[in-house]
Unconditional design. Structure first.
Length: 249
């Protein structure tokens, strides 16, 4: 089992991305909600060879919403229509056999069927849902959030936060939960690590103003009470690099 990490500023900076760049996209208006969860409760969600990461004495589960803007293959032009959509994901935190920290997506809800089908073929657990951003208020009272309803109403979620744009979230916990530069997944019986890179998230603490979620329970993850960490970011530009096999091949 992994242990807590000492704070090292370099650990929050993206490593050099393996070439070639396979995808370029912008993540806008990101809302991060996080709860503590026992590492033993999430070990079964980890791909072979991967274990839960532990931050500040526990593992964590995140409910994350953002707007995908202008996604395109390689460094080419964004794909019209299909490259922009809303995504809400449930994710866990992982550590590979080489010590590399990442995320494991339990589910990802998105509103573009073609994107969902393509991603599922690549081993990423996307779900086709009706997803929309929620924005209301102005200035310091501005709120951001997301609304998702899975088709056939299998599960739904609606949440919103009011960020404090005058304050920056620079504590170790906020950085540990958001400075993740790759994901662990399984494809054809092999565990892959898919790296990405982006500048540090511009993070702001936020207040939860609305919360009615069924995605965590639908994923088989039980949490108690409101999220311990609530963050907002206006967004970052992101590139994904060549995947590598870390187990089973």
């Amino acid at each position: 089992m992994t242990t807590d990490h000492h704070r090292d500023p370099d650990r929050y900076l993206a490593p050099e991305l393996p070439r070639p760049v396979i995808m370029d996209q912008y993540w806008a208006d990101a809302v991060f909600l996080h709860w503590r969860i026992d590492a033993a409760a999430v070990a079964g969600f980890m791909p072979p060879g991967v274990v839960p990461d532990v931050v500040d004495g526990s593992s964590w589960v995140g409910l994350i919403g953002f707007r995908m803007v202008g996604a395109g293959l390689g460094r080419g032009l964004p794909v019209p229509y299909f490259g922009s959509f809303t995504e809400i994901n449930v994710r866990l935190y992982s550590r590979g056999p080489d010590g590399t920290r990442g995320v494991v997506f339990v589910t990802l809800d998105a509103s573009r069927l073609a994107v969902v089908l393509a991603a599922r073929a690549g081993g990423i657990p996307y779900v086709w849902s009706k997803c929309a951003p929620v924005a209301r208020g102005e200035g310091a009272r501005r709120e951001y959030g997301y609304d998702v309803v899975r088709y056939r109403r299998q599960a739904s979620s609606r949440f919103a936060v009011r960020p404090d744009p005058a304050t920056t979230a620079e504590d170790a916990l906020s950085l540990e939960l958001t400075a993740r530069f790759g994901l662990h997944s399984v494809l054809a019986g092999r565990t892959l690590y898919i790296p990405n890179t982006h500048t540090p998230w511009p993070l702001h603490p936020a207040v939860l103003t609305e919360f009615d979620d069924g995605l965590l329970a639908a994923a088989g993850l039980q949490v108690d009470g409101p999220p311990e960490s609530v963050l907002f970011s206006p967004g970052v530009q992101t590139q994904f690099g060549k995947p590598r096999v870390v187990h089973g091949g």
